[in-house]
Design a protein around this ligand. Structure first.
Ligand SMILES: [Zn+2]
Length: 399
């Protein structure tokens, strides 16, 4: 039940429900907990006539779903130099992970608060450790934790998997999946374990995919910087047989064929691979973190190509180790600047409803619809003729 006096009414120049077309001067009525009671378009009278209306210049959208983040890397903000390439980046992370627990946890708390302020209501978050677990448990944001398993050498598979099971227990096996980090960091033995477990538990998976060109080189002909890095780390790669195929096509047959799987980055993915991949698994999601790609490699994926294929696309911020901020509007802005033919409304869907569907939480999140509790965000800095972003974009959470 709701009490009428705590009911709230919001209006803006445009309301974007996402699940239906934008409404000029639309009105959203919520109860005191933010549950949507009504979405109205003028001149239709409101069923809930009482109460004062709050007007916001600009647009109102549902809360964002950040489809890819690593909260536990938040203490690395500004530490790793920009535009040096993924290899330098990973080496940088490895040498810098060694911070105190207090430093890491305090940065995690700050990042969670930053996302909340920026209108993010749900996050797909990667964990290698339990540093972020307490923050996530008490946060007002909904988190799904992807425990990331790494093990290039087949002899590591058992240990990596068991470590993941332990971390999963710490989360009471709720809103959590065990998943692979990337094709180049998982042996076939490890992928088999992950596949079996995911199929048994009907879990959603995610994997970093083709973030840089060396990932393909490793699989095609066993060359490139990843191989050098493995050697530098003292990891034996002598067992590894190149497949002659790209990294994505090499691991595809070892992934579940029906579970939802989100592939993250896709900077070097080409059209022919997409066709093979969606034929193998029709439930793939393609996640972009454009600002992280600019930060690390200064190169963007061909997002237009993915849009033209009408794929399930999601948006993420990646971590503060490879981004300047954790803000979905900043990611939207980068896409609009670089791919001006992709409509704003479409990118908004990637940032909200698609991420909610990936995580199986679209009953509550992702669109402004009666009965949902998606959060509301007020955005300014978008011109109202063609929804171009004119300069500075600001997003403030309303509820
Ligand atoms: Zn990532």
């Amino acid at each position: 039940m709701f009490s009428l006096h705590l009911m709230r009414k919001f209006t803006a120049d445009f309301v974007f429900p996402v699940s239906s077309p934008p409404i000029k001067n639309g009105v959203v009525v919520t109860d005191d907990e933010g549950k949507i009671l009504e979405v109205a378009s003028p001149p239709n009278p409101l069923s809930f006539g009482e109460g004062e209306m709050q007007y916001y210049p600009g647009i109102i959208v549902p809360g964002f779903v950040n489809a890819h983040c690593h909260l536990e890397l938040s203490h690395l903000k500004g530490v790793i130099p920009e535009k040096k390439g993924l290899d330098e980046f990973i080496m940088g992370i490895e040498s810098l992970r060694a911070a105190s627990d207090e430093e890491i946890i305090s940065a995690v708390e700050k990042a969670d608060a930053e996302m909340y302020r920026n209108g993010i209501v749900a996050v797909s978050d990667i964990s290698n450790t339990n540093h972020s677990f307490q923050t996530k448990a008490k946060s007002k944001i909904h988190y799904h934790t992807f425990i990331e398993l790494l093990g290039f050498h087949p002899s590591r598979a058992e240990h990596a998997f068991e470590k993941g099971i332990q971390l999963e227990k710490e989360l009471n096996r709720k809103n959590v999946s065990l998943t692979m980090h990337a094709p180049y960091s998982a042996s076939i033995s490890l992928l088999k374990k992950i596949k079996k477990y995911a199929e048994e538990n009907h879990s959603v998976l995610t994997m970093h995919n083709q973030e840089n060109a060396d990932e393909n080189l490793l699989f095609i002909n066993k060359t490139g910087k990843i191989l050098k890095r493995l050697e530098a780390l003292g990891i034996d790669a002598s067992f590894f047989e190149p497949t002659g195929k790209t990294s994505l096509l090499s691991v595809l047959p070892h992934l579940p064929a029906m579970n939802k799987i989100q592939l993250v980055h896709n900077v070097y993915t080409i059209l022919a691979e997409i066709d093979v991949a969606i034929n193998y698994n029709p439930n793939l999601y393609w996640c972009f973190c454009p600002n992280a790609n600019l930060y690390i490699e200064n190169r963007l994926p061909d997002i237009q190509m993915f849009y033209d294929k009408k794929l399930n696309i999601t948006l993420g911020t990646d971590s503060l180790a490879s981004n300047w901020q954790l803000s979905i509007p900043e990611e939207i802005k980068t896409i609009r600047e670089n791919f001006p033919f992709i409509p704003f409304e479409e990118i908004l869907k990637w940032s909200t409803l698609n991420g909610a569907q990936l995580l199986g939480i679209s009953e509550k999140y992702g669109s402004i619809e009666k009965g949902k509790q998606p959060g509301l965000v007020h955005i300014m800095g978008i011109d109202e003729k063609n929804f171009r972003i004119t300069g500075q974009i600001t997003a403030v959470r309303l509820i």
